[in-house]
Design a protein around this ligand. Structure first.
Ligand SMILES: *Cc1c(COP(=O)(O)O)cnc(C)c1O
Length: 429
């Protein structure tokens, strides 16, 4: 029965329009990583990202010049090609927001370059502009070179302080690759994220704002950049009648079948964004009266998050039932159905983990059939990046210890919100 169904963090939701596009691809034998759906999906994305909302309440406008979009096999591939197109080479450094999912940072390593991590400011939880400038100057002093690119991340959909970040990036002539994988449709001052920097990354993985099952896109500033990215995405072929290669390319173009799903999903994108914001508003209203429990909100009128995930923080003195008993056992399965976790944990604890009350709340919600998850563990706290330069202020590490993600998205309706809220209230003693 629907009432007892598990409430997941964020799950793909079909519009009903996807199959027509997929059937067309089969009928016309376009079962390849190019074709009418890929072109159509890219057009839909371009129409969406180029639209400006007017802050003065007039009828809005268009970005000038209009951005172009390349559809790719994953958001991770989009980050990678953004860096390649910025000329990131072995031995270079790239500044990456530390508070993120690993896919913002790993492609730097694919380039043979080094991620340099920068901590967050407490308002948006994203890249701290003051620390960013400090990091740029310190890297220049230590290595003799400026970093090759800057990657701010719209964590959980929340916009970064892009006006200040762009001002600093422009001062030092460093290109910005916006990681808006979680922030598709979020806006800053009415402008869609991913259209401020040189490149913008989108993801259409199964758990993101819209899905193509797996996929991503790179927003490019102009026709010339678009051509370059398209060329790198299709194995960097020179135009001869035979295969001729002068540079290393990648096989990153989106499949025409996946793009068919994307075209169907674009018909409900605005509905999805509206719904995520509505879920956030319900949590803000229904969880307002719990002392020590704080929803993360838009920190100012410039910010317009898509609220891909709704997040909250727990004061360390908030008591949650069972908090004395957490972290006693080594976890053997995948927490919350995370796919592909095949490396079993070797210890029950690590040297940097969420507070006991946060883990107790996660476990209590899990027992009530509600999937919750800790905030993303900052990259500078990850063993794999232990030797990387990091410019930190304690903000992201603290947020990781006190924060939690709550279910959002099209499957979370009035009844599901009521269940999540009552499970939270029941767990807090
Ligand atoms: C999901 C995600 C990506 C990568 O997207 P995939 O499509 O899963 O490869 C990149 N950055 C962030 C912050 C993400 O959450």
């Amino acid at each position: 029965m629907a009432e007892n169904k598990r409430i997941l963090l964020c799950l793909a939701h079909m519009s009903g329009n996807e199959m027509a596009f997929i059937e067309e691809a089969f009928r016309d034998n376009w079962v390849v990583p190019l074709g009418p759906n890929v072109n159509g999906f890219e057009k839909d994305l371009e129409n969406f990202v180029n639209h400006l909302e007017s802050a003065s309440g007039e009828n809005g406008g268009e970005l000038e010049p209009p951005r172009r979009v390349v559809a790719l096999s994953a958001g991770t591939a989009a980050v990678h090609l953004g860096l390649v197109a910025c000329g990131v080479k072995p031995g270079d450094e790239v500044i990456v927001q530390s508070f993120t999912f690993c896919a913002s940072a790993h492609p730097v390593t694919y380039c043979g370059a080094t991620p340099v991590f920068v901590d967050s400011e407490p308002e948006s939880w994203n890249m701290d502009p003051v620390l960013l400038e400090k990091a740029i100057l310190d890297r220049k002093e230590k290595t003799g070179k400026y970093p090759k690119a800057i990657i701010p991340v719209a964590l959980y959909g929340m916009p970064y302080q892009i006006d200040r970040i762009m001002e600093i990036a422009d001062r030092y002539g460093i290109p910005v690759v916006e990681d808006a994988a979680e922030g598709f449709g979020s806006r800053f001052n009415g402008q869609v994220l991913g259209t401020f920097g040189r490149y913008g990354v989108l993801s259409f993985n199964g758990n993101k704002m819209i899905t193509t099952s797996g996929g991503g896109a790179l927003i490019c500033p102009d026709e010339e950049a678009w051509r370059k990215v398209m060329w790198y995405a299709t194995q960097a072929r020179e135009s001869y009648p035979y295969y001729q290669h002068e540079e290393i390319g990648y096989n990153y173009r989106m499949s025409n079948i996946c793009a068919g799903i994307g075209r169907g999903q674009m018909t409900v994108l605005d509905d999805h964004i509206r719904h995520h914001k509505w879920v956030q508003a319900q949590y803000e209203r229904l969880l307002a009266d719990i002392p020590g429990f704080t929803m993360h909100r838009n920190p100012g009128s410039e910010y317009d998050s898509n609220f891909w995930l709704c997040t909250a923080t727990l004061s360390p003195d908030l008591k949650v039932a069972g908090q004395e008993d957490v972290y006693k056992e080594v976890i053997t399965g995948a927490v919350g159905g995370a796919a592909g976790v095949i490396h079993a944990a070797s210890t029950a604890i690590t040297d940097c983990q969420p507070n006991a009350n946060v883990e107790a709340l996660r476990v209590a919600l899990d027992k009530e059939g509600v999937e919750a998850r800790p905030l993303w563990k900052p990259m500078h706290c990850q063993p794999v990046y232990r030797n990387n330069p990091a410019y930190v202020n304690g903000v992201s590490e603290e947020l990781f210890k006190i924060g939690i993600c709550l279910p959002a998205g099209p499957w979370v309706g009035e009844d599901e919100i009521a269940r999540v809220v009552s499970a939270i209230k029941k767990a807090i003693v």
